[in-house]
Write a protein that binds this ligand. Sequence first.
Ligand code: ADP
Ligand code: ADP
Ligand code: ADP
Length: 213
Amino acid sequence: KRLILIGPPGSGKGTQSPIIKDEYCLCHLATGDMLRAAVAAKTPLGVKAKEAMDKGELVSDDLVVGIIDEAMKKPSCEKGFILDGFPRTVVQAQKLDEMLQKQGVKVDKVLNFAVDDAILEERITGRWIHPSSGRSYHTKFAPPKVPGVDDVTGEPLIQRKDDTAAVLKSRLEAFHKQTKPVIDYYSKKNIVANLHAEKPPKEVTAEVEKVLS
Ligand code: ADP
Ligand code: ADP
Ligand code: ADP
């Protein structure tokens, strides 16, 4: 399947995607994870992206479209994929359509992680991630077995620099102004499934499975 996950920061996209990936055996491309890796490695791309990310603004369309274009060439992405955090603007959605059209394929479903903004601050400020895998935990809602340590690798967890209440405000603004129109774009194609993403993780997983079955 070819899937897109859309939702505001903290809506649970990163939490659900490994489950979807394991079940449907797809390639998982998360532009945020890829950009953070580029920033950490100080690649030319990372250097260009860092300032916008620190401020909670979107990185330019050209940069992220370039990343996705490159990543989609992986053989594991030929039969299906999960795009997590992309497209975030209508321009990105149009570019994606062009890319897929060349291959003669289409997006099957857009999973809209619908939640009220009010619950996101607690989710974001309690989030801890394992940077190399992108796995996320939460001090209250999804605590690791040992505080500050990844369950799978035993490596340390970190808090993202942009996971503060102040930066969340800009990220939400970007979501409402630039990404909500992407949901409308796909609604017109009748491929959007709305999830009740404010429910506990297991219930959201059950909704995802229902939509994809
Ligand atoms: P979250 O999962 O919390 O919504 P992400 O990890 O997806 O956040 O993204 C972190 C940051 O990376 C964003 O605030 C933005 O600066 C940048 N970013 C990620 N994906 C995109 C994209 N498709 N377009 C523009 N910027 C992006
Ligand atoms: P996103 O990738 O959309 O930014 P995450 O999946 O990283 O969001 O989730 C944000 C934070 O909220 C993480 O700390 C995660 O453990 C937690 N979380 C994810 N889904 C839920 C849920 N359904 N209920 C409560 N907390 C959740
Ligand atoms: P339902 O999922 O029951 O159909 P709605 O889709 O109307 O409910 O969404 C419930 C609330 O979440 C509304 O306040 C709506 O504006 C808001 N909302 C909808 N989609 C998103 C989204 N992707 N991100 C953030 N908020 C959203």
